[in-house]
Write a protein that binds this ligand. Structure first.
Ligand SMILES: [Ca+2]
Ligand SMILES: [Ca+2]
Length: 378
């Protein structure tokens, strides 16, 4: 049982009996010393417990020095306060409490005694199975006796009892149950709605964060690309600045490279020529393929001023084994060779020229011509 339900049940138990006590005293200058207790005991052996009526008089507290009799009256169920039937009596002569009226369905337990002779305390007590719920009745207890002057005196007190209708309890139980059900439903609904709303918001946030991530990533990539371009441009700018344009004609940019053709014709010295290329940030030209050869041939043709343009290719070290002077890499197979070349004519042709009127050819290394460098810009 929940704490709330237990509290609710306690409330019901407390509400079960409403006692309205009215003291009706009579006699001369009497101090109210008569007590009528009507209580409802929660006896588990009966469906509704026991109804206990206990009337008592303490002669020490009143001028009734002799309690002659105690009588308990009860109204008819749902009757008025003024319409009482006598229910039980105990007097000083018999000292034997007795029922003076039938109690419906009553299995009455009764006890009592009167008079100051044995005990200053007089009482008349009764108990029987509790009436059914919805019961309402008045009880009255009357004590008759003598005061100090041996004059007759009577005191009385009245109590009203109501046992609330059990239907009320059932209704309240039902209401409580429904209330709990509604509370749970509201709670569950709210929880579910709140959870759904939160989940939606979290998803929305995730989505926004992902979009933001993606955007930032894109912007970073764009910036990186720009930076790379900027660095390339800067590199290119510095490399172009480093070219000795007084000594070389410069080609267009092709695949990140430019080619330089020496302006002066002179007897070729492959080592000196490579060094001159290095001074401008490059080295003697090295063809990776026919396409590169063709680009350089076209550049040389446009530049003119000579028929021979020396390259970095040579077989100085080992006859017939062509390598590039700067990188020492082997010269790849090229289709650009002039017909019948290389032929190592006279056994002394170890350097490779682009002869504009002839094509790619091996020739004597010291012959006059221009030479071609290549510069990697980025
Ligand atoms: Ca040769
Ligand atoms: Ca030749």
């Amino acid at each position: 049982m929940s704490e709330r339900a237990a509290c609710f049940q306690n409330y019901l138990l407390m509400a079960m009996i409403v006692l309205i006590v009215t003291f009706v005293t009579s006699g001369k200058g009497a101090t109210p010393a008569i007590n009528l207790d009507v209580s409802h005991t929660n006896d588990p052996t009966t469906p509704s417990g026991l109804l206990v009526v206990n009337c008592s008089v303490d002669a020490n507290l009143t001028d009734m020095v002799t309690v002659a009799s105690l009588t308990v009256f009860g109204s008819k169920p749902y009757g008025n306060q003024g319409e009482f039937d006598e229910l039980a009596l105990v007097d000083m002569w018999s000292q034997s409490p007795k029922l003076t009226s039938d109690l419906e369905d009553a299995d009455v337990v009764i006890s009592g005694k009167t008079g100051p002779e044995n005990d200053s305390h007089s009482y008349l007590a009764m108990s029987w199975n509790s009436p059914t719920p919805g019961y309402r009745q008045y009880y009255k207890c009357v004590a008759n006796g003598l005061d100090h002057q041996r004059q007759g005196v009577s005191i009385a007190t009245t109590v009203k009892i109501e046992i609330l209708n059990g239907g009320c309890c059932e209704k309240m139980d039902s209401i409580d149950s429904q209330l709990r059900e509604v509370t749970e439903k509201v709670g569950n609904t709210c929880t579910a709605k709140t959870a759904a709303a939160l989940t939606g918001q979290v998803k929305n946030l995730h989505s926004k964060i992902e979009a933001l991530d993606s955007k930032i990533e894109g912007e970073i990539e764009a910036l990186a690309s720009k930076l790379e371009t900027f660095q390339q441009n800067q590199n290119l700018h510095f490399k172009m600045m480093a070219i000795d344009k007084g000594s070389f004609d410069v080609s267009d940019i092709s695949k990140g490279r430019v080619y330089l053709a020496s302006k002066a014709q002179a007897a070729f010295n492959i080592g000196a020529a490579n060094q001159a290329c290095k001074s401008s940030g490059g080295h003697l030209v090295e063809f990776d393929d026919d396409e590169e050869y063709q680009f350089v041939y076209d550049f040389a043709t446009r530049t003119g001023g000579a028929n021979t343009f020396w390259t970095g290719a040579n077989d100085i070290e080992r006859e017939g084994h062509f390598v590039y002077f700067n990188s020492k890499k082997p010269v790849p197979t090229l289709t650009a060779w002039s017909s019948g070349q290389p032929d190592n004519a006279d056994g002394s042709e170890d350097c490779i020229e682009i002869r504009l009127t002839f094509g790619l050819n091996d020739w004597i290394c010291s012959q006059t011509g221009k030479f071609v460098c290549e510069v990697e810009l980025y």
